[in-house]
Design a binder for this molecule. Sequence first.
Ligand code: TYM
Length: 380
Amino acid sequence: MEMNEEKEERVFEVTPWQVSGEVDYDKLVKQFGVSLIDAQLMKRIEKLAGSHFMLRRGLFFAHRDLPWLLARYETGEKFFLYTGRGPSGKTHIGHLVPWIFTRWLQEKFDVEVWFQLTDDEKFLFSDTMERPEQANELAYENVLDFLALGFEPGKTFVFSNLDYAKTLYRQAIRVAKKVTFSTVKAVFGFNNENNIGQIFFTSMQAVPAFLPSVLAGRNIPCLIPHGIDQDPHFRIARDVLPKLGYYKPASIQCKFLPGLTATPKMSSSKPGDAIFTTDTPEEIAMKVKKYAFSGGQPTIQEHREKGGNPDIDMCFIWLKYLFEPDDKKLEQIYWDYKTGKMLTSELKEIFIEKATSFLRTHQEAREKVRKELDRFVLKD
Ligand code: TYM
């Protein structure tokens, strides 16, 4: 009996490189030592910035030191935002979640955004990538998806770790000197078989949390919007940065959006699980019809009688967290589906329509920004 309970407690794992099992966010919050965004904090954010559906609907749900950062902001001290992407393949719509929220924060608080492309990381952690250049090329494709969301030139700085290495490395070794192998083992679960680049890597991800302070010659608070899988990196950064004389970075963290086949975090490698930002309307429709996990009943008659379950239906979940910001419209869909008035095929059509039109606009913006990259990229 006791053994079963113990077994049940360990059914999920979240690291920056792997998410498996059904994630229990309450347990994860305790495990990682982050704080939940409570009603009071939500109100405080809303007072300063207004309401965003990703916050309102509980997708952004945890943080570190956010009240501290807001208190500084309220006394006139501006912060900067820092987020990033590990270029291992095409961008999927899950990656867009923290970036859309970051863009909103930039607009509302009128602050700088620093965006790191960890091509070094993806080379070091990949079993199949033979040359760092492969990750570097992907970095400049992935960054188009970030910039397509409308970030402001002059206030948005994007850089690949390989191409901005001279600046980053000088700071990374300051971090590395304060992190022991045993810390990295404990935080990431590494062992003696990990390559030494992997062991060093977290120091590169720490750098943008204080680089703007180094360059400005004064301390500037940092807020990192990200998926909760990245938190272990920033736990280390928060430990080390004060030892170098900088503020601990604050963070605001989101849950994962599941994949179409109901994986806990959208997966690029599982067939039909991810919708990529470059997918055609035909590809989107095919994936949704063939793979999207449905909360509907097996037959139309049964569905009309018993109703569907929107809470486990991938099309509904993605409308809720990304494609339908309008609360009233979302609620209508929820009840129509739950009472059996709306069929699974109809819900899928709504989703396909929304996703296709969202991605059409995105793909246009993506190509436009390709020609303007120089306005954003830092290299040395
Ligand atoms: P990467 O490329 O794995 O993911 C980029 C960002 O997307 C988030 N994310 C998701 N969020 C919601 N639903 C999903 N299904 C989903 N999948 C991924 C990730 O949590 C992440 O925020 N090492 C990092 C790159 C990085 C970074 C940073 C990320 C460098 N500096 C600072 C965040 C903040 C990486 O490989 O992310």
